[in-house]
Design a protein around this ligand. Structure first.
Ligand code: CIR
Length: 256
């Protein structure tokens, strides 16, 4: 299957303690008022892409809980609840399970395996799993045995210089990837058309293709120009406050 048509997404509103989440960015403290506005704009963009949203309320137990992508891997056939890599985020998946359980066969990653959904990059029916500070080999092996029952394949990729695999590479369909050099030159991707992301635009390596739209972060003109010729409707979003907490466009939703 070349590119999935998505009809739904789950998002969770950021809570007032959002700035107490995990961060390595050194970009300062997010402004909560702007966090809320940017999240609302993000939700509107998803709706513009044709998605029906399930908007969960903030959960103050989990300052990083708005980064829902990390909690579950949803395919056409099943939903896998991850065992999040950082202890402080374990349990975020429970609220997501309630939404997915009526419609999907639920599978689980269990200790000692850990996976953050941000480390899972799907290209057609293959899943690349980033081995990162959050996702370990035991998690990838569990995912492999789950996916082998559903006809999906996986392989692993080391992640060294970014938080998650998807922080550094996006598949936009049509056999095309956007990637940082760390991933762009790997043999796995040699048959793909490549859009290189230069160092000064590193943050734009995480974009989000939804149906006929491509969401990109605002303020990265080189990547925008490179993407304009692909014929997507490009939606530029300001998510500066989420960048301060190491988050990007994909992390803020689970699409299916
Ligand atoms: C964390 O460090 O877990 C959060 N502050 C950011 C998670 C971003 N998630 C993602 O890229 N999928």
């Amino acid at each position: 299957m070349e590119h999935r048509i998505f009809s739904h997404a789950i998002v969770r509103k950021p809570g007032e303690n959002f700035s107490q989440g995990l961060s390595t960015a050194n970009l300062g403290k997010p402004d909560y008022h702007r966090v809320v506005l940017q999240h609302e704009e993000y939700c509107k963009a998803l709706e513009q892409c044709g998605l029906t949203l399930k908007i969960l309320p903030p959960d103050l137990k989990y300052p990083d809980g708005t980064f829902v992508e990390d909690t579950a891997i949803v395919t056409e056939q099943c939903a896998i609840l991850t065992n999040l890599g950082d202890q402080s985020r374990r349990g975020e998946e429970q609220g997501i399970k309630e939404i997915l359980a009526p419609n999907f066969k639920i599978e689980y990653i269990e200790p000692p395996g850990t996976i953050d959904g941000g480390d899972v990059l799907r290209i057609r029916d293959h899943f690349f799993i980033g081995l990162s500070s959050r996702t370990n080999l035991a998690g990838a092996q569990q995912l492999n045995s789950i996916f082998s029952r559903y006809g999906y394949s996986i392989s692993t990729i080391p992640v060294a210089n970014v938080l998650h695999l998807q922080t550094g590479i996006t598949y936009i369909g049509d056999n095309t990837i956007i990637a940082l050099p760390e991933f762009a030159h790997r043999s796995e991707f040699k048959d793909h058309r490549l859009i290189n992301v230069v160092g000064s635009e590193k943050y734009a390596a995480n974009c989000l293709r939804i149906n006929d739209y491509l969401l990109i972060p605002v303020g990265f003109p080189k990547i925008k120009t490179a993407l304009e010729k692909f014929g997507f409707s490009i939606l530029e979003l300001n998510i500066s406050e989420f960048q301060k907490m190491d988050g990007g466009l994909t992390c803020l939703s689970i699409r299916y």
